[in-house]
Design a protein around this ligand. Structure first.
Ligand code: ATP
Length: 438
């Protein structure tokens, strides 16, 4: 992890938030390469979930919602983790932290950080939602929350979308957006942060068909991660047992990745039944039933949810792509990102800065720019320039050499195989386009 975090900073993928002020706990900023990687990832999700399907519509709901949404959803009452403080070293832990020995709040409770006994408070409930105030007065009546998940924006809009799009059940609504959780134990870089992005899809189905759709979506989502290039042996399903299920779920699977710090969830697939729509119907007093014309019956749909973190998936991609290998006696660090996800698709490099090579390389760069993300680099030895691009995950490097100026061909070096092909400069755009398409 340390190597990856340092590469992310060095190459401009991810920086700590407000670093010059000492950093803000568990908030991270995406730099020039990171923002491209995350955007490519979100685009692939949107294309697979919305554009490639007739039965899913997109939505972009506000982060702030009516506070009663969060009462109805159960978040105001139930979105809490018991929390234990050490009075000695001031560190905080989840009440169920396996490293805690003895009973917190009693004399045998032992702090896992400083080792003191009897200094842990009894577990206290802690709401994970960030609160703020709407309007000029900071009073209880003006409280609003930063959404802790994007799903609720979908539930409260489901009838709007249904009517406007003329969809019929089964159909889904997809959304990408920020979510905020005042996590007690954030950490592991961008794995658990207090501000993050979710890509969620809620699929509305006739009750009784939910199990079938749940199975469909969990396999579909795993196949999507494989298509991104994540090694299948590094992923697995984890089925929630009865004691793990969230208050809203009848069945749940996590898709886990083997991060350097162990197997952990990065996507959840949940059969949420009619829990959310029932709660919103009761709390708002508005009928949210669907009229099924073919069957001539009215019902509240069941919901199958797929919920994946853009940041956690980006972390899985980075961990999976990171390789160190020996090439000609030197260690090469390379990010083997799929070309469609790579922030820069190709680097354009004049072999040396004379004999017309920089001019020709510039012309090629200018021609490609606007069609693909390309990077011009004429600084330092060619070997060093290749290494920099390997670390950035750039799949192709176009080198303009002495022969290029003579016959109008360039070499294209492939990041993973190190194979170099000679391609006509005129054909290089088409050559690349074919290889970077998802
Ligand atoms: P965890 O148990 O790891 O906190 P969760 O079960 O609460 O996760 P869900 O509520 O199912 O997570 O959220 C769906 C997805 O949103 C997660 O799989 C993860 O990718 C992402 N996610 C949730 N919380 C965070 C967070 N604090 N930081 C980054 N991503 C998150």
């Amino acid at each position: 992890m340390d190597k990856l975090v340092s590469l992310c900073k060095r190459r401009g993928f991810i920086f700590q938030s407000s670093e010059i002020y000492g950093g803000l706990g568990s908030v991270w900023d995406y730099g020039p390469l990171g923002v491209e990687l995350k955007k490519n990832l979100k685009d692939r999700w949107w294309r697979a979930m919305v554009h490639a399907r007739d039965d899913i519509e997109g939505l972009d709901a506000g982060i702030l919602m009516h506070p009663r949404v969060w009462e109805a959803s159960g978040h105001v009452a139930g979105f809490t983790d018991p929390l234990v403080d050490c009075k000695q070293c001031k560190q905080r832990f989840r009440g169920d932290d396996p490293r805690i020995k003895g009973t917190p709040g009693q004399s045998d409770g032992q702090c896992p950080a400083c080792g003191s006994r009897g200094t842990l408070t009894a577990p206290r409930l802690f709401n994970l939602m960030f609160k703020t105030f709407m309007g000029p007065v900071e009073e209880d009546a003006a409280v609003v929350y930063l959404r802790p998940e994007t799903a609720q924006g979908i539930y409260v809009n489901y009838l709007n979308v249904l009517q406007a799009s003329r969809q019929k059940i089964p159909f889904g609504i997809a959304q990408i957006g920020k979510a905020f959780r005042n996590e007690i134990t954030p950490g592991n870089f961008i794995f658990r942060t207090r501000e993050f992005e979710q890509m969620e899809m809620q699929f509305f189905v006739r009750p009784g068909t939910d199990v079938e759709w749940f199975e469909f979506w969990r396999h579909e989502r795993m196949a999507w991660h494989v298509a991104l290039g994540i090694r299948p042996e590094r992923m697995r399903f984890h089925q929630h047992g009865p004691d793990e299920l969230a208050h809203y779920a009848k069945a749940a699977y996590d898709i886990e990745y083997e991060f350097p710090f162990g197997w952990n969830e990065f996507e959840g697939i949940h059969d949420r039944t009619d829990f959310d729509l029932t709660r919103h119907q009761q709390a708002s007093g508005k009928k949210l039933e669907y009229f099924d014309q073919e069957r001539n019956e009215r019902y509240l749909p069941y919901v199958v949810e797929t919920s994946v973190g853009a940041d956690r998936t980006a972390l899985a991609l980075l961990c999976d792509a990171y390789h160190e290998e020996q090439v000609e006696g030197e260690t090469r660090v390379v990010l083997r990102l799929a070309p469609s996800l790579a922030p820069i698709k190709a680097a354009v490099l004049p072999l040396v800065n004379r004999e017309g090579m920089p001019e020709m390389a510039k012309r090629i760069h200018d021609d490609l720019r606007g069609r693909l993300t390309v990077f011009f680099d004429d600084g330092g030895s060619i070997g060093r320039r290749y290494r920099r691009q390997d670390e950035a995950g750039t799949p192709f490097a176009i080198t303009v050499d002495g022969q290029s100026v003579q016959d109008g061909t360039v070499t294209v070096r492939q990041r993973d195989t190190l194979v170099q092909d000679r391609v006509s400069a005129d054909a290089v755009a088409a050559w690349l386009a074919e290889r970077v398409a998802p």
